[in-house]
Design a protein around this ligand. Structure first.
Ligand code: BGP
Length: 475
């Protein structure tokens, strides 16, 4: 993708049937980490092992109390004009240690989904949001084929249990994140730095996704999943950019970054294959995937009905300064620091609204049949609470509104130019727990007060959001 100046765009109307909603996840909202016979997931395990790894020592037990408040929370979301919300079932709440349905956990989700429906919110269900059960991690996690089978088994149980209730399903949220955070960069437990292991985890997750899609199709054909149900995948796609006047080597860096982060998943969900050029280059550089006979037929099942596109920041890369790193792993690209980048300093992420448009147009060109929606977008700010005005409300108008407005305008333009984008889910409409950052950066249009028992309070931007969801006009 060639760099262009991040000009503003003036498109400000979204189609009438464009939907607005909230992106959530089970582990970041529910709390109740030991209720309903829930087993320990990787976050619970890590919190117990080393609470200092979490901002202000707030571990995975926190959520944002939505497990207790879901009825009022879904009403709150509806009052902002939202019509849908994506959350995840927690594998550790739904399945017991013997791999059987945990009735108490299932009932919790049935009750929550019913409350959402009553409030006028359609729940989209995702099956996995970085929350591997700890007992399966001890057996190798995504590096073990048995765990792939265990995931497919869990998916089958979830489809059968909620198949008459849920229309929109997703197999994974951001399947690129665990390979990167846990296995390549060593930021998350188990802190591995191994490019080859990361790619094998990525490969195994691709198989797990495909097996879940297969289970979905089979159950739908058998009538256990409703006829109008759809299955998809959600990933954080990142339009890759490089320097102006790139060298051949810079463009090669773009090809591989794009290949691993984006085309890998896009090819899987539209063609049921992985990008041959990427696999070939990996093999040439000694990164061998532990494939088995029959894998191709499994991957071929991975085609989905639509896609979720999480967008926070672009990727900027350049030719790597060296061929291999200190442990002999191949380097395919280095980060490129764009001198004009505007940063969200709280999160360390670049703010580049035009990236959402650029990637939308790439999908329109290269995957023209694919329907999609913006499944996450948002801005997490550390100083949110410092903007409290005399009436006690946080005034976030100066940063949250421009962030969302600019992204939505580029979405509007992409739709105008043919992109098949159906809706927009904002990440963390109600402040929630953010992995290691816990409650450091706040994303919400609604504040969660940790001092006052997780009480909710609208921020100033909530009025703006309500206006947009009602008018579909991005003022
Ligand atoms: C996405 C995840 C979410 C959420 C969001 C914000 O990558 O799908 O779970 O956390 O990013 O990121 P963070 O919480 O790290 O600030």
């Amino acid at each position: 993708m060639t760099e262009q100046n991040p000009n503003e765009t003036t498109y400000c109307d979204l189609p009438e049937d464009f939907f607005f909603g909230a992106a959530l996840s089970g582990p970041q909202t529910e709390g109740m980490w030991q209720a309903h016979g829930k087993l320990e997931n990787m976050w619970d395990f890590w919190s117990n092992q080393d609470i200092r790894a979490f901002h202000n020592r707030v571990g995975s037990y926190a959520g944002n109390d939505m497990g207790a408040r879901y009825a009022e929370d879904y009403e709150l979301l509806a009052s902002l004009g939202l019509s849908s919300a994506r959350t995840s079932i927690q594998w550790t709440r739904l399945i017991d240690a013997n791999g059987k349905l945990n009735r108490e956990g299932a009932d919790f989700y049935h009750e929550m989904f019913t409350a959402a429906r009553k409030a006028g919110i359609e729940v989209f269900v995702n099956l996995y949001h970085f929350d591997m059960p700890a007992y399966l991690f001890r057996r190798g996690g995504w590096e073990n084929r048995e765990v792939i089978e265990a995931y497919a088994h869990y998916a089958r149980i979830a489809f059968a249990e909620f198949g008459q209730e849920i229309v929109h399903w997703f197999t994974f949220n951001e399947p690129i994140v665990e390979p990167e955070q846990r296995y390549a960069h060593g930021n998350w437990f188990p802190f591995v730095h191994d490019f080859g292991r990361a790619r094998n985890v990525q490969y195994n997750i691709s198989l797990a996704h495909s097996l879940a899609v297969l289970a979905f199709r089979e159950l739908q054909a058998a009538g256990a999943v409703r006829e109008d149900a759809k299955i998809g995948l959600i990933n954080c796609f990142t339009p890759p950019y490089t320097r102006e006047n790139p060298t051949e080597a810079d463009l090669e860096a773009v090809r591989m970054a794009d290949g691993i982060d984006n085309r890998w998943w896009l090819d899987l969900v539209t063609k049921g294959t992985l990008p041959a050029d990427v696999i070939e280059t990996l093999a040439e550089r000694g990164v061998v995937l532990a494939t088995r006979p029959g894998d191709e037929a499994i991957l071929a099942q991975g085609k989905v009905d639509w896609l979720g596109f999480n967008y926070y920041q672009p990727t900027r890369v350049q030719a790597p300064a060296r061929d291999t790193d200190e442990q002999g792993d191949p380097c395919f690209f280095d980060p490129y620091v764009w001198p004009d980048a505007v940063m969200n300093k709280s999160r360390g992420w670049e703010i580049y609204p035009k990236g959402i448009y650029d990637f939308a147009m790439t999908m329109t060109r290269d995957y023209p049949e694919l329907d999609w929606f913006v499944s996450e977008n948002g801005i997490g700010i550390e100083e949110d609470h410092a903007k409290r005005t005399e009436d006690g409300r946080i005034d976030d108008l100066a940063y949250r509104v421009p962030f969302v407005r600019d992204h939505l305008r580029w979405v509007a333009r992409a739709i105008e130019e043919g992109a098949r984008c159906r809706g927009y889910h904002y990440w963390g409409v109600i402040d929630c727990w953010s992995w290691n950052n816990a409650y450091k950066n706040r994303y919400g249009f609604v504040e969660v007060s940790l001092q006052e028992n997780y009480d909710r309070r609208l921020k100033a931007s909530a009025e703006w959001l309500r206006e947009v969801t009602h008018t579909h006009h991005i003022a």
